[in-house]
Design a protein around this ligand. Structure first.
Ligand code: MTE
Ligand code: MO
Length: 265
């Protein structure tokens, strides 16, 4: 077993040494990588392939993320990245003002039946509660209890078409400055992670309604992936064959700025 872990570490290091050390610099420091010709960026992109292949081969498709006991929750979930979409989203301001009554979580794209759920409907569906550790690339972690509807259940209800390969999550908030102005946060994962039993559309945190700073009303928990793969403020879940038409085409807001797409822990 330890041999396997060592091998896995070594293999991952071969591919991810650049990604890992750069990533530790933190979520806010990657704007230079937006230049598509940046050599660092190209290196990171190649590293992605190996990381993904290595992790998929060695971790196992349905391996569970570690779950913790209540007593291991030591503090609230540290808010990071966007913490208040009211600042740049009129729509979001109105949703909160209406106590989420106009909020809909949409399941669209390559599905047989497009679906749309109110927050009340989601809260009334069979849910899963899990205590897991969130690891941000900035170097901090938090153990927290998350409650939500298994994403696989929502996808099954919509009936995913065989041509679908990825799930893209679209969010209400926008981040960053620059010439193009703030860009919407988005994320994606493959169908293995989407149907993983611990992947949930979460509406509860530590026994309370999910607060605005942590992604109200709905955020995704994809427990085997890093913090930036846990999109907050999600309004649309789109099944796609390719995520190239979203953002800058790399599968997520931070991926567009050089982060590893798979982002496995
Ligand atoms: N919509 C959205 N989702 C997001 C972010 C963000 O800025 N906007 N930041 C990501 C990052 S880098 C981290 S570490 C976590 C932070 O989640 P938390 O605020 O609940 O701790 O959310 C992730 N999901
Ligand atoms: Mo993060």
């Amino acid at each position: 077993m330890s041999g396997l872990i060592l091998n896995r570490r070594r293999l991952l290091r071969l591919g991810a040494v650049g990604a890992g050390s750069l990533a530790l610099a933190g979520c806010d420091q990657f704007d230079f990588l937006v230049d598509r010709n940046d050599p660092t960026r190209n290196f990171l992109e190649r590293a992605n392939d190996l990381t993904y292949a290595a992790q998929r081969a060695l971790v196992g498709q349905q391996a569970m993320a570690k779950e913790f006991a209540e007593t291991e929750i030591r503090q609230g979930q540290k808010p990071n990245g966007s913490t208040d979409p009211r600042q740049n989203s009129e729509i979001y301001r109105k949703l909160i003002a209406g106590d989420w009554s106009d909020y809909r979580l949409k399941i669209t794209g390559l599905v047989e039946t497009e679906m749309s759920y109110t927050l009340a409907e989601l809260r009334n569906m069979p849910s899963r509660t899990q205590i897991t550790r969130h690891d941000c690339v900035e170097g901090w972690s938090c153990i927290a209890k998350w409650t939500g509807v298994p994403l696989g259940r929502l996808l099954d209800a919509a009936k995913v078409k065989p041509t679908a390969r990825f799930v893209v999550f679209q969010c209400y908030d926008a981040l960053g400055g620059g010439l193009a102005g703030p860009q919407p946060y988005y994320e994606s994962c493959d169908l293995i992670d989407a149907f993983h039993p611990q992947t949930i559309a979460a509406f509860g945190l530590n026994g309370q309604a999910l607060p605005v700073e942590n992604g109200a009303p709905i955020r995704i928990r994809n427990e085997r992936a890093l913090g930036y793969k846990q999109p907050k403020y999600v309004h649309t879940i789109e099944l796609v064959e390719s995520f190239s038409r979203f953002g800058l085409g790399q599968g997520g807001y931070w991926e567009d700025r050089g982060y590893d797409w798979y982002g496995g822990i």
